[in-house]
Write a protein that binds this ligand. Structure first.
Ligand code: F6R
Length: 592
């Protein structure tokens, strides 16, 4: 987590750095800070909370010819000004911002303390600054001090570094993402992702692990293992990074509105409707077909979308399983002879998934299904497919979830030669739009449960996965404790939690199993639950709380998840919470 941004050259640094941080605050928003370099001197500003808090203490028109900034998701040390970045070395020679975690920072801190070095913060980051400063004191150049520090550091880091009295913006990268941008007009930039630097640069390079170097306003020099490295710079499509509320009150609402469009876009990208042929690489399809199992790996919402996809693959005769990435690495799953691993990630930077890639033997077949272009998972997977959802800013994923499901279902259709999937997806997209158009009805339901402490989601078959995703949304943005169960499972234990007035949302999207789920709802009502049945037109009954436009049973999760997203949104709003930036979370989870 944490976002970093920096630049060197002729810029209005306050504007560049604070607006850059706003584009990165999906990576954390506990505190923010920045440092300007001016004629060898460095000025430091840090504030707890939002980037606006930081902006209010930074003087306008501050002169500077280089700057670095950081938005924090706290790992080591509480949310205080002292723990905010930039951190500096004890001798104030080295100032740096850091995204990542240093595993051996305690040993390094002891080593430096033993030599009289004093620390002001609880962070692992301050230790990095001081290790670099130690090597400077030993007579190393800044670049060699960084290289030697990298040899001492265990863990993940993207670093932007300024030195007192020494021109240049320095950088180093291991496991955490860092991209560089070359400007046309004597400016060079760096950041955790492309969004903050797109307007300032024309060519970009994502760094590989072990890279370090420095930039001046005219040049960028990079090294690995002491050897000069030729970076490959390329242009970027700005469309992929549009950061704009477009008149919506929150990014989450905007992104919910874009959900159906993302489903359609995947159909357009991966299927030629005129010729009725899929546009996936035939070799990829052949490998997927030949695999003894397709193994989906993901976290959070991306895990839930892949659970739905695995079930869909199974229902269509393909062997597939879905695992939580942070559990898969512990190896408690069967050893397969010829697996095909599919890594699902919106950000493409999720550390738990990257750990899966780290564990895989060379030659393992991997496909990344990713939203963020050129992200680590996109670059490191053997094959990559993009969901093309565009920038997703709200911490809770919405449109990307629908895009992931759509792409995986298209892939299943392509492997099986089933050309009916795209049409079903287009119907599902219409149903999503219809749900979004009736959002006032969902707000009215949210109004009735504003005071609740617990909620349940139930469903059977594909509907169950919509319940899981909706339950996660409710937890993360409305802070209501929520559980999701297959309809038949409650009576094996969790039904003990049902009290007078407990809200239960039941998804009923498949006429074949609607009888069973409705009888589960009766069991819950008999124990005092207030049931809200969300049903498809194909199985609606009088008294259902919300009936959505008909879609085939397998595609019911699309409108159902849209319902869950809107319910969570309105509940969060009605409870006076920060919809786009819920507490304790960050969008890109770059620590294990
Ligand atoms: C939930 C949410 C998270 C992410 C999870 C994986 O709304 O956003 O659960 O789905 O952190 O992130 P990605 O997809 O970026 O790997």
């Amino acid at each position: 987590m944490c976002g970093i941004v920096g630049a060197i050259g002729n810029l209005d640094y306050k504007t560049y750095l604070t607006s850059g941080l706003k584009k990165l605050d999906y990576r954390g928003y506990d505190s923010a800070g920045l440092a300007f370099w001016n004629k060898g001197k460095i000025s430091l500003y840090r504030a707890v909370g939002s980037v606006e808090n930081l902006a209010s203490i930074v003087p306008d028109g501050h002169a500077g010819t280089a700057g670095i900034a950081h938005t924090r998701w706290a790992t080591h040390g509480g949310v205080t000004v002292e723990n905010a970045h930039p951190q500096r070395s004890w001798d104030k020679k080295v100032y740096l911002v850091h995204n990542g975690v240093i595993d051996n920072y305690k040993e390094l801190k002891e080593w430096l303390s033993g030599m009289g070095c004093q620390f002001r913060s609880d962070t692992d980051t301050e230790v990095i600054a001081s290790v670099i400063a130690y090597f400077l004191q030993e007579g190393e150049t800044p670049l060699d001090a960084i290289r030697k520090a990298m040899e001492k550091l265990d863990g993940s880091y993207a670093l932007a570094i300024l030195f007192t009295g020494q021109e240049g913006l320095y950088f180093a990268k291991n496991k955490s993402p860092l991209v560089l941008g070359r400007g046309d007009t004597r400016i060079n930039c760096l950041a955790s992702d492309y969004a903050p630097i797109l307007d300032y640069c024309s060519n970009f390079a994502a760094l590989d692990d072990g890279t370090y170097g420095y930039m001046t306003e005219n040049s960028i020099v990079a090294y690995r293992n002491g050897k000069n490295l030729a970076l490959r710079f390329a242009s970027k499509d700005k469309e992929d990074y549009v950061y704009d509320l477009a008149g919506y009150p929150h990014f989450m609402m905007k992104e919910i509105h874009e959900g159906a469009h993302v489903v359609r876009k995947n159909v357009e990208t991966y299927f030629d409707r005129e010729k009725k042929v899929y546009l996936f690489d035939p070799q990829l399809l052949a490998s997927l077909k030949a695999a003894d199992e397709v193994v989906f790996l993901g976290c959070g919402s991306s895990h839930y979308s892949s659970e739905a996809a695995a079930a869909y693959f199974n229902r269509h005769g393909l062997r597939a399983t879905s695992y939580i990435a942070s559990e898969w690495i512990h190896g408690v799953y069967p050893h397969l002879k010829n697996p095909y691993y599919v890594l699902i990630s919106q950000s493409g930077e999720t550390a738990d998934l990257i750990s899966c890639l780290d564990m895989m033997e060379k030659g393992t077949k991997t496909l990344g299904i990713v939203n963020a272009k050129d992200s680590t998972i996109a670059r490191r997977s053997g094959h990559v497919l993009y969901i093309g959802a565009g920038l997703e800013v709200a911490v809770a994923s919405t449109k990307s979830f629908l895009g992931q499901m759509a792409l995986m279902m298209l892939l299943c259709g392509a492997v099986n030669g089933d050309t009916s999937v795209p049409d079903s997806l287009l119907e599902a997209a219409k149903a999503v739009d219809d749900v979004v158009g009736r959002r006032a009805d969902i707000d009215a339901i949210a109004e009735g449960i504003v005071e609740v402490h617990d909620a349940f989601f139930v469903g059977r078959g594909m509907d169950f996965f919509a319940g899981e995703e909706s339950s996660l949304k409710l937890k993360e943005i409305s802070y209501v404790h929520s559980e999701s169960y297959p309809g038949g499972e409650l009576k094996h234990g969790p039904i003990a939690l049902i009290e007078e007035g407990t809200p239960v949302f039941a998804f009923v999207g498949n006429p074949e199993i609607s009888k069973q789920i409705r009888s589960n709802v009766e069991e819950l009502k008999a124990r005092g639950a207030v049931a809200y049945i969300v049903s498809s037109e194909s199985c609606a009954k009088e008294g259902d709380a919300f009936v959505y436009r008909y879609v085939e049973g397998d595609f019911a999760p699309y409108p159902e998840v849209a319902f869950g997203q809107l319910l969570s949104y309105y509940l969060s709003l009605r409870r006076g919470l920060n919809v786009d930036k819920p507490r304790n979370l960050a969008k890109s989870v770059t620590v294990n």
